[in-house]
Design a protein around this ligand. Structure first.
Ligand code: S3P
Length: 426
């Protein structure tokens, strides 16, 4: 895909549904008693992988593109898949589903694409094994393919070394089947969509500070789920609106759960013209319309407890920082190295190719903003968030940029380029 500079952006956009919430709706809907209807489900490849895996375990799931209907089979109703469960590129499917598979009365094999086969799974294998699970890495490298033999599980307390909702959620899902209470303490609280949706589906779950606690259960109850727009997808429009001259963009119905809203705080700290108009209350998954206008930005430090609340937005924030005066330091974000690509290296190398003043650090990057960016050939490494971040950078760079593997946006935002194009001023 070839992209050149634009004059500005104007208008409204509704981004697709939240990826994390969409995955969880399939898993909980499959395990519930009754029919779960999901509105605003993200029709991206990752969430379709979740649908595919649960269909392979006998769950009837209808997807007409707008409404997803799941006929739940009950907590113990999944059937042995006849084939490998293919998670595609999806870390969330891999880790959360593993927490369910460890408790089934069958054996399963979980595998995905080349990127998934490099992502660390020891982080879930360790706590799930403490619960009595039999989960092994087929190649002995702590990565997928995973072989999971269902077992009786015991409740544990786990002190997680990482702030990871995927790790926390894998343990909480397994905890539904355990012989007693299960709890997970994180160094910093990660996104809490699992806890919120558990509660909606009738699970006894509570949070005490940085600890999430779940009681085992016999039944979950089907629920209507309305998925808000994904703030991680909204991030590209937020950054585009702020850094591009002559711009004003409103992003409608965005999920602003406080465990996900770090990008808004960073924009405010940089002096952005950003308004957040709430469209629903503070209970559950709050939503808002977010409006951004072209702004003069200044660099800031992004680190500490805010990191888990914006971890997927860091590639977009790095682009924002290139258009801010002064230095932006992103730190405490070593987790970026184990995402769909090594996002520290990939951002730094590609931004350097465009002329940015940026250097990698052990746990983040340092960006000195204000340098003109020039078109370059960008290797997305088939990481959707890298492709979308550089599309935004390219629309503010001199000359032409080519994004290699641009189609990988299909993972989380199939119509990304079309939605962006609709807002471009002629
Ligand atoms: C997710 C958790 C985060 C995030 C990912 C989705 C989730 O990963 O980066 O895109 O849905 O639980 P980690 O748990 O590895 O931080």
């Amino acid at each position: 895909m070839k992209i050149t500079k634009v004059k500005g952006f104007s208008g409204e956009v509704t981004v697709p549904g939240d990826k994390s919430i969409s995955h969880r709706s399939i898993m909980l809907g499959s395990l519930a008693k009754g029919t779960t209807e999901v509105y605003g489900f993200l029709q991206g490849a990752d969430c379709l992988s979740s649908i595919d895996c649960f269909r392979k375990m006998g769950v009837e799931i209808e997807n007409n593109g707008t409404l997803v209907t799941i006929k739940g089979r009950g907590l113990r109703g999944l059937m042995a898949p006849s084939d490998t469960l293919d998670v595609g590129n999806s870390g969330t499917t891999t880790r959360l589903m593993s927490g369910i598979l460890v408790a089934q009365n069958f054996t399963s094999r979980v595998n995905g694409d080349a990127s998934i086969q490099k992502r660390p799974m020891k982080r879930i294998m360790t706590p799930l094994s403490m619960m009595g699970a039999d989960i092994t890495s087929e190649l002995g490298n702590d990565c997928a393919p995973l072989i999971i033999k269902g077992k009786e599980l015991k409740g544990i307390h786990y002190d997680s070394p990482v702030a990871s909702a995927q790790v926390k959620s894998a343990i909480l899902f397994a905890g539904l089947y355990a012989d007693g209470e299960t709890s997970v303490t994180e160094p910093v609280v990660s996104r809490n969509h699992t806890e919120l949706m558990f509660e909606e589906f009738g699970v006894d779950v509570r949070c005490e500070g940085k600890t999430a606690i779940v009681k085992p259960t016999n039944e979950l109850f089907a629920k209507k789920v309305e998925v808000p727009g994904d703030i991680s997808s909204a991030a590209y429009f937020i950054v585009a609106g702020l850094i591009t001259p002559n711009s004003c963009i409103t992003i409608k119905n965005v999920g602003i759960n406080p465990t996900r809203d770090g990008i808004i705080k960073v924009c405010q700290a940089m002096g952005a013209d950003i308004t957040v108009e709430k469209t629903s209350g503070d209970i559950g998954e709050p939503t808002a319309d977010i409006t951004v206008r072209t702004s003069s930005l200044k660099g800031c430090v992004v680190g500490g407890d805010i990191i888990p609340t914006l971890i997927d937005e860091i590639p977009a924030i790095a682009i924002l920082a290139c258009f801010a005066e002064g230095e932006t330091i992103i730190k405490d974000a070593a987790e970026l190295k184990v995402k769909e690509s090594n996002r520290i290296d990939v951002m730094v190398n590609n931004l350097k190719a465009m002329g940015a003043d940026i250097e990698a650090t052990e746990d983040g990057m340092i960006i000195r903003g204000g340098k003109t960016l020039y078109g370059a050939t960008i290797d997305s490494k088939l990481d959707h968030r890298i492709a979308m971040s550089f599309a935004v950078a390219a629309m503010n760079a001199e000359g032409e940029t080519e994004i290699v593997g641009a189609e990988c946006v299909d993972i989380s935002y199939p119509d990304f380029y079309g939605d962006m194009r609709k807002l471009v001023l002629n």
